[in-house]
Design a protein around this ligand. Structure first.
Ligand code: KIV
Length: 271
């Protein structure tokens, strides 16, 4: 595994075209970056979920750009070959183009290969401006945690026709703006599959079914750490520590299960 060539955007596109599922995990530090990379994880996401699983906050909203840059640099130092995506945190792009470009540059200089931005519609010009300036962008639709209060909680998105139509429009606009990867979070599996079929780029899901280009989980969730601290694991999570001999083994099992399509299991993890 450690001899793998660096994962590039070209490689991710080739994998997708060949029908190979992309295995993504969140990652926040150098030690786990080393382990995930060695276990064959294709993409490390320095997610602002670190606000919840590392900092103990009850949402991602308080996470700052400086904190994201710090964790991105830790992950970049531990990683050798995986593709690294960093989240633009809440408040680092809402003021507009100049702010978004400055924040994206900070994260790229910290070691990210790609920037992830939540939401569609008003974010489309920001995505286009980043792409035009050589910053690869991953869009994020469905349940966008930075909008948890506006969305009325952690709820599955796109259940009715009107909201599904908005998601479809946003996804198409973001694709036209040049986003080269997309994350769908908490969406009915059938809707996610149908949107993904219409899009040119790989779509990575979390709680969005199996019939898309790959999967992402929060590292702490798939290692059962959230559950170990009394929290409830969401329906779409599998605890890969169960039956594993070590953390490395659990991460390898996750990669294998994503690649062979055994995770997620629609009956257990789908909506
Ligand atoms: O911050 C994060 O971990 C994420 C994933 C849930 C996709 O955005």
């Amino acid at each position: 595994m450690s001899e793998r060539k660096p994962v590039t955007l070209h490689r991710l596109r080739t994998m997708h075209a060949a029908g190979e599922k992309i295995a993504m995990l969140t990652c926040y530090d150098a030690g786990f970056a080393r382990g995930c990379d060695a276990a064959g994880v294709d993409v490390l996401l320095v997610g602002d979920s670190l606000g919840m699983v590392v900092q103990g906050r009850d949402s991602t909203l308080p996470v700052t750009l400086d904190e994201m840059a710090y964790h991105t640099s830790c992950v970049a130092r531990g990683n050798r070959t995986a593709w690294v995506i960093a989240d633009l945190p809440f408040g680092s792009y809402q003021q507009g183009l100049e702010q978004a470009l400055g924040s994206a540059s900070t994260l790229m200089q910290a070691g990210a290969h790609m920037i992830k931005i939540e939401g569609g519609g008003w974010t489309t010009p920001l995505v286009q401006a980043m792409v035009e300036r050589g910053i690869p962008v991953c869009a994020h639709l469905g349940l966008t945690p930075q909008s948890v209060h506006a969305l009325g909680g952690w709820r599955v998105q796109g259940r009715d026709e009107a909201s599904a139509a908005v998601l479809r429009r946003h996804a198409q606009e973001l694709a036209t703006a040049g986003a080269s990867l997309m994350v769908f979070e908490l969406m009915p599996s059938a809707l996610a599959a149908s949107l993904a079929r219409e899009l040119p780029m790989p779509v990575i899901g979390i709680g969005a079914g199996a019939a898309i280009g790959g999967q992402v989980l929060v590292l702490h969730d798939m290692l059962g750490i959230t559950g170990a601290y009394g929290g409830r694991l969401p329906r779409f999570v599998r605890n890969f520590m169960q039956g594993a001999s070590s953390i490395d083994d659990a991460i390898r099992r996750y990669v294998l299960a994503v690649k062979d399509g055994s995770f997620p299991d629609e009956a257990l993890h789908g909506y």
